[in-house]
Design a protein around this ligand. Structure first.
Ligand code: COD
Length: 303
């Protein structure tokens, strides 16, 4: 069964990508920066208060001697410096350290850095579950709280961009609702049906979309057969688009904490990919996310 190791193999083929590690002022954030350097995923630029970072390194026995540190005073300056370096194309990925997520996102969204595109920022995560026979992407479990239809289309397109970049040429996208029939009292089913029709008509490209689908029709071939369902997705979805942040975030955490999933999380929709791992993410998820972001950055800068 495929796991997430292919991400690291691909990074070795590409070679290190220059990335800004923003305010890595904790043991876990600084360690993942060093690990990404040692694994040749990134050439990191550390953006943070130098004295503080040197103290953390010496306290925890971390060797930062080969790495460049750009000295800044605080979290806000670190986020602004990262956005400036990204604007100047001196870094091709941004990796959040221990600063608050909204400080980093607000710098990236600030028009003066010109890092926004016509797309919305949204997150997508590639999951490997020991109990499931396929890798699966889910979106958006970090950014958009209650997306409307237009925002859902951006979330879907960003997820397809991630899947395409990581090697899924024409991924199957299931737009999830509680039921597979259109129910006028459930707006998620109406949005899903419209997105499926947009896919049929080629208004959303590089993927096959169906919806609304309830969860089991999206992920279980047995269920799809029992229900005698007719769809291009018969339990073999590659991407799950959840109706809102509560559903996607809960699913992500269920998969990780109850299903033992390995994850790679990236925020797409800006001019460069961004990694915003949460405080509870382990070292493996942080590194997986760095590897996925490096591959996406390589694709974006090649295009
Ligand atoms: N993509 C692109 N531009 C955006 C986005 C987006 N997803 N969200 C807001 N903007 C732009 C707006 O158009 C506007 O120009 C500017 O940013 C400010 O917009 P606001 O005021 O609506 O947005 P904010 O400032 O309230 O916050 C934006 C966040 C991305 C920080 C916000 O969406 C957020 O807090 N999301 C939830 C994060 C969270 O708590 N996640 C929990 C799981 S980890």
């Amino acid at each position: 069964m495929q796991n997430l190791d292919f991400l690291f193999k691909r990074c070795q083929e590409i070679g290190p990508i220059t990335a800004g590690f923003v305010y890595p002022c904790s043991q876990v954030a600084l360690s993942s920066c060093i690990e990404a350097y040692q694994q040749k995923i990134f050439t990191p630029l550390i953006i943070g208060p130098k004295a503080n970072i040197e103290t953390i390194a010496s306290t925890f026995g971390l060797d930062i001697s080969p790495l460049t540190i750009i000295d800044v005073k605080n979290e806000i300056d670190a986020a602004a410096t990262a956005a400036t370096l990204a604007q100047q194309q001196q870094i091709k990925c941004i990796i959040k350290g221990s600063l608050h997520t909204d400080i980093l996102l607000h710098a990236i969204l600030d028009n003066k850095y010109n890092l926004r595109t016509n797309a919305l920022l949204s997150s997508c995560c590639l999951m490997h579950l020991p109990t499931y026979n396929r890798l699966i992407f889910i979106a958006d479990m970090v950014i958009n709280i209650a997306p409307d239809l237009a925002q859902k289309v951006h979330i879907l397109e960003n997820a397809v961009t991630m899947a395409n970049s990581l090697g899924w040429k024409n991924p199957k996208v299931a737009v999830i609702a509680a039921v597979e029939n259109i129910n006028f009292k459930m707006p998620a089913t109406l949005d899903a049906a419209i997105m499926a029709k947009m896919g049929d008509r080629g208004q959303i490209k590089n993927c096959i979309i169906d919806g609304p689908l309830d969860f089991d029709l999206a992920v279980s071939a047995v269920s799809a057969q029992i229900k005698q369902f007719k769809s291009p997705i018969m339990g073999d979805a590659d991407i799950l688009i959840l109706p809102d942040l509560q559903a996607a975030n809960s699913l992500y955490k269920e998969m990780v904490f109850m299903g033992g999933a390995d994850a790679a999380d990236v925020i797409l929709g800006a001019k460069i990919p961004i990694v915003v791992t949460s405080r509870s993410d382990d070292a493996r998820t942080r590194l997986n996310s760095c590897a996925a972001a490096a591959i996406i950055a390589h694709q974006q800068f090649k295009a």
